[in-house]
Design a protein around this ligand. Sequence first.
Ligand code: NAG
Ligand code: NAG
Ligand code: NAG
Ligand code: NAG
Length: 468
Amino acid sequence: MARLSPRKLSMFCLCVSAFVFLVITFQVVEELGQFDATIHRWGAQDGGVLLSDEKVDIGADSSYPVIVWWSPLTGEQGRLGECGSNKCFFTVNRSFYSHPSTQAFLFYGTDFNVESLPLPRLEHHHWALFHEESPKNNYKLFHEPVITLFNHTATFSQHSHLPLVTQYLESLATLTSHAHLVPLAQKNQLRAEGLAPVVYVQSDCDPPSDRDVYVAELMRHIPVDSYGRCLHNRDLPVSLRESTAMDDPAFHQLLARYKFILAFENAICDDYITEKLWRPLKLGVVPVYYGAPNVRHWLPSNRSAVVVNPDSEPKKLAEYLQRLDKNDGEYLTFLEWKHRQEVANERLVSDMKHRTWGVQDLTQNNYIDEFECMVCNRVWENINREKQGLASKTWQAQADHLRCPRPRLFDFEADHHADGPSLRKIWRPSYDQSVKEARALRRLVMKNKNFTVAQFWKEVFSFQINGE
Ligand SMILES: *[C@@H]1O[C@H](CO)[C@@H](O)[C@H](O)[C@H]1NC(C)=O
Ligand SMILES: *[C@@H]1O[C@H](CO)[C@@H](O)[C@H](O)[C@H]1NC(C)=O
Ligand SMILES: *[C@@H]1O[C@H](CO)[C@@H](O)[C@H](O)[C@H]1NC(C)=O
Ligand SMILES: *[C@@H]1O[C@H](CO)[C@@H](O)[C@H](O)[C@H]1NC(C)=O
């Protein structure tokens, strides 16, 4: 284990307590339904000016552009943020909507709400969307009519203005590390003692990717140890049953003994890649990956994962895995990059080298800071252009900044739902409904008038009647 200097340790503690505070504050904010929690800062070491518990005097003649977090993501009532040589005033206080210096509104996808939008949108109002999560959490943003309402984006898509594709990967060094690697001879020994070749750990059952139905079918053809709540057939040691155990070294050791890990995302979208892919790669286990159709753009080498073809039967996949299980030479070709500690994928290397934010790295900005600064700097760019008598620049999100296809349902013999109701059937109707909501939302926003929830639903409903 790495030794921490007292300074790093105290920064770490600060960060953890800030996070805990944040979580608690979110709950409080949620419960009270208002945004009057005290000010706190997420990673205060980034040079941002902390205006904790002070009344910030930002008069009408302020020289700083005001940027309003319409979603209370940061909880900050007021902070003068420094972005290189530019400064902007960030606040979650919505009454700044009518402040003359207000230039931009920031939205967090998961709590983007039609209920109250900053309308009318004035000509100089930038809208910016931060959404790193699965579409599961707000489908209507994932359609062209809505995503193109925004000027600036930070999403998991490589096409967004601040791409967060590698948001779950700390560094290339963690990827090539041998810290958890279990030699093949030992894996074979464990197999002889009865360990399954494949492991699955999921507790979020029946998400839009319909992974549990696929895995249930796969399990009819190859042994899979399933430790999570979904398709559970094996218990974790008691010490690992807490939810925090996913980061426990003992949990990593347990997984590292397997030959294959089923790495199935909860939703299927290009570039939507989570720790499910990176974890097995870090551990030296071959991921059997179902998720981003373009995952090959991001794999460390062209032979580092078994990529599931959803159009082919699970039985075929099982047969392939059985073959690799019996053939050491062939299995090891999937770990060659790991043994050589070499990431051959130049796109991945370049992305990791050039990204301006860190993951669990106190020496770098986090991606929320980077998002805020991207917007602040663009706002300043136009202020400076105006001063020089130049036409202002415009930015516009494109459909591929946030896009996922309609969820598909598998149709296999294995019926693991005999014992209860299931969520799996709601995703497609929910997606279809969100298409209508997206069109209605765009129509209302383009009218550029504040609207009520009732008007929104009326608009959605009118599409349904007219079948537009
Ligand atoms: C929000 O800003 C307004 C105007 O600056 C101020 O009167 C109000 O107290 C602020 N609200 C909070 C919760 O700080
Ligand atoms: C929009 O209308 C709602 C009530 O319908 C109101 O609470 C909100 O303040 C209005 N927003 C703006 C920006 O005028
Ligand atoms: C895979 O990568 C290796 C080297 O990294 C290269 O020699 C080989 O041609 C590649 N194979 C394919 C099919 O792209
Ligand atoms: C922001 O997007 C809107 C809508 O597409 C557009 O009218 C406006 O010019 C854009 N503003 C900037 C600063 O890019």
